[in-house]
Design a binder for this molecule. Structure first.
Ligand code: NAP
Length: 263
């Protein structure tokens, strides 16, 4: 039997925001596929706890980190090398999506979103790319953007939408620069995905469980595939982009939204 084009066994990966939601879904898929994964999250305690939910065959390590911190990229690369010996895959997933109409937006609030979602992603990518170039074996950078990079989904997300539009263009620019090193850089645009982060505002809204169900049903009805996405819907596409099966794809955005942008 030949080697599977989806084989990533023994590769070393960093997943930011990997302690919950989409990030943890990605961690689980990569570890199941045999990659060794550094779970990097603002909530270092939760990241460490979640390692016990993973069954391998890949290994996991964890670190508490803010991706927008000045030296976050170098710290993550050093930690990944200390644990697994190389950096072959980077999944930039950490992101925040606070709601604020632009008419009420504070400068600090705007900057926090851009610092984490765009600047943090860019400089963690820089550090990982420097390491991948030094290793000389190519590499895979996968950025979790959003369908809001293409189309604003609701009022109140001007900072978020701007950051994700920036992620899309950064993905293309970096792909152009890193192509000669056989490092691919791609992005995924999730639609509405059931995560702890998307559930939190609903839980704090004072709605009853029935009202919440009705709202989610209405939301799902507007999606051609008639359901919200699950973290695994994004994790499976991430696995594809992390594997040799996608070696001739770079600078692309893959929309994973159940068809939501169609209508
Ligand atoms: P989530 O449930 O809120 O989980 C995000 C994780 O990232 C949390 O563990 C969070 O830690 C961590 N994090 C936040 N800021 C960080 C920072 N500065 N440094 C390191 N880690 C940080 O989010 P999600 O819904 O899975 O979303 C993940 C990504 O997908 C985001 O980039 C988001 O924009 C994108 N996305 C999500 C959806 C969706 O419907 N869920 C749709 C489109 C795009 P704390 O909990 O401690 O803050």
């Amino acid at each position: 039997m030949g080697i599977s084009p989806f084989d990533i066994a023994g590769k070393s990966a960093i997943v930011t925001g990997g302690a919950m939601g989409i990030g943890f879904g990605v961690v689980r898929r990569l570890v199941e596929a045999g990659a060794n994964v550094l779970i990097a999250d603002l909530n270092g305690e939760l990241a460490a706890l979640r390692m016990s939910e993973l069954e391998g065959p890949g290994k996991a390590a964890s670190i508490g980190i803010d991706v927008s911190a000045h030296d976050a990229g170098r710290t993550l690369v050093d930690e990944c090398i200390a644990n697994f010996g190389s950096v072959d895959i980077l999944v930039n997933n950490a992101g925040i999506y606070p709601m604020s109409p632009m008419l009420d937006q504070s400068l600090e609030g705007w900057q926090r979103v851009i610092d984490i979602n765009l600047t943090g992603l860019a400089f963690v990518s820089k550090a990982a790319a420097q390491q991948m170039v030094e290793q000389g074996n190519g590499g895979k950078i996968i950025n979790i953007a959003s369908i809001d990079a293409l189309h604003p989904s609701m009022v109140g997300l001007a900072a978020y939408d701007s950051s994700k539009g920036g992620v899309l263009m950064f993905t293309r620019a970096l792909a152009l620069e890193l192509g000669p090193h056989a490092i691919t850089v791609n992005a995924i645009a999730p639609g509405g995905i059931n995560t702890e982060g998307t559930a939190a505002p609903l839980q704090g809204s004072g709605m009853t469980a029935e009202e919440m169900d009705a709202m989610l049903e209405q939301f799902a009805a507007a999606i051609p595939l008639r359901r919200m996405g699950e973290p695994d819907d994004i994790a499976n596409v991430t696995l594809f982009l992390a594997s040799p099966a996608s070696n001739y794809i770079t600078g692309e955005l893959i929309v994973v939204d159940g068809g939501r942008l169609l209508g």
